[in-house]
Design a protein around this ligand. Sequence first.
Ligand code: UDP
Ligand code: MG
Length: 321
Amino acid sequence: MEKITVIIPCYNEEETIPVFVEEMEKVYTSMREKYDIDMEYLFVDDGSKDKTLIILEEYSEKNERVSYITFSRNFGKEAAMYAGIENSDADYTVIIDADLQDPPELIEEMYRILKTEEKYDCVASRRYTRTGEPKIRSWFAKMFYKIMAKISKTEIVDGARDFRMMSRRMVDAILSLSEYNRFSKGIFSWVGFETKWLEFENRERVGGKTKWSFWGLLIYAIDGVVAFSTAPLAISSIIGIIFCIIAFLGVCFIFIRALLFGDKVAGWPSTACIICFISGIQLFCNGISGIYLSKTYTETKHRPQYIAKKICRHSSETEKK
Ligand code: UDP
Ligand code: MG
């Protein structure tokens, strides 16, 4: 019998969990008829402030497939996904959102592909539309993928979701990357292995609202760039060199002009503008180095990704008091 563990990061998802479990049960029943499988829904409660945990406790009491891990506070989706895969002992591990924006019915197709097509270790999903999303958000997302394609060796697919099914060996490979600043979309690609992409149309959440603000997404994008490319550092050095050349030519020009026509004290406003501009560029480039330095700083602290308050699995239960 093969085991499939479905990891569901949840942060304030009281409205969506009941609908999600209902849909997952349909998928499980349908798969059970065709395959000899065992399934576990491993919810990771990322420090929710609503009734998410109470709902999970209720479900896990009446449904043996429902397990959960609950964090001591909100650690973010990346940490929740990591906790899930770290605790998964399954042959196949799935990551899926709780809000049904990722269609659970695709899990059956993912399993079929991994079983029949030997060369694949991962079946991932990608949405080919962004309907229902604010235009400005879609535009920035597109720009992010375009820039990443240019500056990073790791391929990050436009529209790729975290929703995917992975083989045991791919999960082990992901766990072997112990970095603190995790950007999963990059890590999935970095570890390699053949991935098959399934496409689906964007869907709206079944309830609740998105946890991502525009600024949240912008910081997430910067984290992605910093984690998988050092190009901004090189670019800031190049900007520095270009400005040195411009300054050198400027000095030559002023020197020669003073020799030929004498030195009239004029043009201080333009000088002030140039000073402002150059200091801006300097601060900007300093900031870039600063971001990399701060990431290095957080890495060297070796803090854990998350602190679990309680882990409730049907095989074991651990509560830390
Ligand atoms: N999530 C989480 N921790 C967070 C934020 C989000 O575990 O700090 C979960 C959330 O409950 C959901 C998934 O991550 O299951 C995706 O979040 P959301 O739907 O808000 O993102 P979007 O689909 O809008 O990108
Ligand atoms: Mg969502």
